[in-house]
Design a protein around this ligand. Sequence first.
Ligand SMILES: [Zn+2]
Length: 295
Amino acid sequence: MNSDVQYFGMSVDDVALTGWSQAGNLRKLLAFFAAEGVPATFFVVPLDEDSGRPFQALPGDYAGLLRDAYASGHAIGQHGLRHNRFEFGIPPAMILDLPHESENKRFAEENRQRLAGEHVCEKLRPRLRQGREILEDALGFPIVGFRSPALQESPGMFAAIAAEGYQYDSSQCLQETGWDYLLDRMDVPPREITRARWEKIRRKCQTPILPLTCDYTWYLSRKKYDQVLALAQHDFHACLREGLPMVTVCHVDPVWDGEGIRFLREFYTWARSAAASQGKTLQFMTLDDLAREVE
Ligand SMILES: [Zn+2]
């Protein structure tokens, strides 16, 4: 990594996830990133859970949109297989504590033993491969990055990612306070982001891990805007101080429902000047490129 540069990896989750991804919103996001000069990484759900159809058979010409996105400098990654909560591991407590996850939380508690038997490398490898092949067949270029749905994880998942030859994983989080804010716990202080913590996370997998901070834009309300911006600024300052890449995420529909886009525009502008004030250049990079850069 170049010490004169502060790296910024913007990513988008839930592409082609029924109920959470309208192709029109993906189109608008691509226009937004083009206007901002931001190469982003789009994590795509390969298979529709309800209908069993591959993503390219869903309405909205996702394959065409994503091929164009790739050609214009964005990256495409794999977001699980069906976006089932437990297909590769178990989501962290902060996610299972969200109101719309209560059923999944109960399921995890009642099936912990059985799930541990499912989440072993030899069972997860074919599942990973199935999703990757769906994406590669439809898009015509290699898929090298993985992010699990709802940041679920298991030791078997990390072993399978390494065994299948992915170039990076991005299923880990550095800033849990973002999820406290979603639960209206606005008095929870930001977690500290340090290089020691980042390196500890990276030891979970033989393949490089690019942990994200959190999603600042999930149905962001005006009421929470200033405090969420302060959290993002806290995280960016920590990355600057510790020499870590800043990786963050938004979601296709939720970023458009509220103040998310205004937030990203303001945050990008602020981050450019915050980096400059430390004598650094802010460089937006896809996670595919970032994975090579940080090794
Ligand atoms: Zn997701």
